[in-house]
Design a protein around this ligand. Structure first.
Ligand SMILES: [Zn+2]
Length: 435
């Protein structure tokens, strides 16, 4: 490589303080010989100009160039101090761009973290692109991601807090399903944190770790009425209005429809739902909001119920779900109250065990359900949006085993604001006009 090639190669590499002295493609990978541009250095002990004392080559992987993995062969300079009075003998040069014994350059580690965190790419896929192992990438995610997640500023400005449970590990033959609780900023639509378990203690522990003024800012808390979360809020968030939001209430109602369908399937067919069973075939349609059903969907729903629900219990549960939805769709507290009465009357008249249980829960949480209207309809959107993101990360990470990794990756994907490169402005504002 000539002088010209060396200069342009170094520009393309774009690694501050380094220059490329040779480049070739070996086995499909770029092998770049690089060295630092520092040729005059002082002794780290006494400051006397150091003398070159040979080199030691280390190999690290860097960001791919044109989709090709890159290996940097860095001829690390070894320096020697000739000052007799100095205690320092020899040392190897260091750089912030490549940590000692690193497999990847720091910028490649940062990029690995961005791809796994922000873009939710699989660790294995990023590892393959960089030509390193899974653990190397996960190590980079932890190193560069942890400071982003630990940044206290990340949690600032929460006025409406949402609590929602999600599965972490599905039950296996030897272990029950493990749950985690997500804490969501309902206005910003971001995941604030994830705590292991879905117990009162888990949430209480998290809240107690928050500063007093942070807690004081939270005016509304939306939660799942099925869980014991509410009592965790009593002390730290006693001032906040507790709301059972649309999202959680409808999820409970959907569960009731599912339970009634399963029970009816078992009772009428003697087995769990199978592909051709009429109720099984409409299991998803049953959960669709009535006003969102297409004409064809309505026809299929009616036909499925006619064929598979002789006692009309699934249909009655479905009606109960729609009546509870109407409470949330009502305009204003008075209309919501009236809708709630219609729901109760229906549940009392049809006497479906699953629906009666739901009515009991709704009665116990009536104030919090009606509070939905008093808060101007504390939105369910953010919780649902975050849940979708969580699903995406889970799908990519198929089978997390470590809660710490799981939390880190979810927070990096739905809880961190990533800095994006800002486009340089061609014409800035003239300083004269700045007040
Ligand atoms: Zn020295």
């Amino acid at each position: 490589m000539g002088q010209h090639g060396r200069a342009s190669g170094s520009i393309l590499l774009g690694l501050d303080g380094f220059e490329v002295t040779a480049a070739e493609v070996i086995d499909g990978e770029w092998q770049l010989q690089v060295q630092t541009t520092a040729t005059v250095v002082g002794c780290v002990g006494c400051g006397v100009r150091a003398e070159a004392h040979g080199r030691r080559t280390v190999r690290v992987r860097d960001l791919p160039i044109g989709g090709r993995p890159v290996v940097l062969c860095w001829g690390k300079r070894i320096w020697r101090c000739r000052e007799p009075a100095c205690a320092v003998r020899t040392w190897t040069e260091r750089t912030a761009a490549i940590c000692p014994r690193a497999v990847l350059t720091e910028r490649a580690r940062a990029e690995a973290c961005r791809r796994v965190g922000k873009d939710a790419h699989a660790v294995a896929a990023v590892a393959r692109d960089l030509g390193v192992g899974w653990a190397t990438v996960m190590g980079a995610v932890a190193k560069h991601g942890t400071p982003l997640v630990d940044d206290a500023a990340r949690l600032e400005g929460v006025a409406a807090l949402g609590l929602d449970e999600t599965t972490f590990l599905k039950a296996t033959r030897v272990a029950p399903t493990q749950w985690v609780t997500g804490l969501v900023d309902l206005e910003g639509g971001r995941l604030l944190d994830l705590v292991a378990d879905r117990t009162r203690a888990a949430v209480a522990g998290w809240l107690h770790a928050r500063p007093r003024d942070w807690l004081a800012q939270v005016a509304t808390v939306a939660l799942d009425p099925w869980r014991g979360y509410a009592s965790a809020l009593v002390v730290p968030l006693g001032h906040a209005r507790v709301v059972v939001d649309h999202f959680h209430a409808i999820r409970l109602a959907n569960t009731v429809v599912d339970q009634a369908r399963r029970r009816t399937q078992q009772a009428t067919l003697g087995h769990r739902g199978r592909k051709r069973d009429p109720l099984y075939r409409i299991r998803k349609l049953l959960l669709v909001a009535a006003e969102q059903l297409t004409q064809q969907g309505r026809v299929r729903l009616r036909a499925g119920l006619a064929a598979g629900d002789p006692a009309g219990e699934v249909a009655a549960a479905w009606q109960g779900k729609e009546l509870l939805r109407a409470v949330y769709r009502a305009v204003g507290p008075a209309a919501a109250r009236a809708a709630l009465e219609r729901f109760y009357r229906w549940a009392d008249s049809v006497q479906i065990p699953e629906l009666s249980r739901l009515a009991g829960t709704v009665r116990a949480w009536e104030v919090e359900i009606l509070a939905f209207h008093a808060t101007g309809g504390c939105s369910n959107g953010p919780t649902e949006a975050v849940n979708l993101l969580i699903k995406k990360v889970k799908r990519v990470g198929h089978g997390f085993r470590s809660f710490a990794n799981y939390r880190l990756r979810l927070l990096l994907h739905c809880g961190v604001t990533w800095q994006t490169h800002r486009t340089a402005r061609l014409r800035g504002r003239s300083p004269r006009f700045v007040a």
